[in-house]
Design a protein around this ligand. Sequence first.
Ligand code: A3P
Length: 247
Amino acid sequence: MRLQNSNSFKARHDDIILATNPKCGTTWMKALAFTEVVPGIEITLDGGLTDLLEKLPSPRLLATHMPLSLFPKSIATSGCRVVYMCREPKDAFVSRNIDLESAFSMFSQGFSPYGPFWDHCLEYWKESIASPGNSSKVPFLKYEDMISDPVKHVTRFAAFLGVPFSTEEEEDGVPEEVVRLCSFEKLSSLHAVQSGDFGRRGDIVLDKSVFFRKGKVGDWVNHMSEEMGRELDCIVQEKLKGSGLVL
Ligand code: A3P
């Protein structure tokens, strides 16, 4: 990751940053925030596109995969808010749609584009519990909780974004409607996301469809052996020991 320009990103007090490890539900969070394009702060760091973010009106909604410890300094000093979403590591791993056998050993040793998967989660977790409850500057969401009770967690997410549902909206079923509009079935059926290039990195072309594979909890069992699953569980449990975080 190139960080030589990290101070070119100037956070604003009212920025909201959606932070995730890749394949942990970034696209879902962006959709729930009701925005079509959520720029990543990384574009100012490796693309020099500072102007693009500077021109956005406040409050800005931004996204990042960056580990907390590598955040540009202005994020801490501005006091802006960060929402983190994590996911069960085995599901996040198989979501990458890669050659699993060869990638497994790398992933288990902590070689991931944004650093070891568990360290990424742990850094945000520690920040989240440093100021718990509704006052937390870093609410910590789990993909699995969102799947099991989307209305409850979308309501919490909306409040955090500063646009809580009113009692009237709740009575009218607006949270349920937001959940329906942003459901996997709905989003993955949109023509715009079914095919075509999302972007390129060198020779690697990302197809838009990679962001909508199955949207299920526990799909790892269809791709990894039980033994691989146990091995990764042990590593993750060991790495998270004593933190109170269970993935
Ligand atoms: P799977 O590969 O397990 O299906 P990201 O957006 O961070 O790249 O995460 C991609 C993962 O989120 C994919 O998981 C994708 O299917 C899932 N996803 C995308 N939209 C979703 C939604 N509306 N509801 C649930 N899961 C969703």
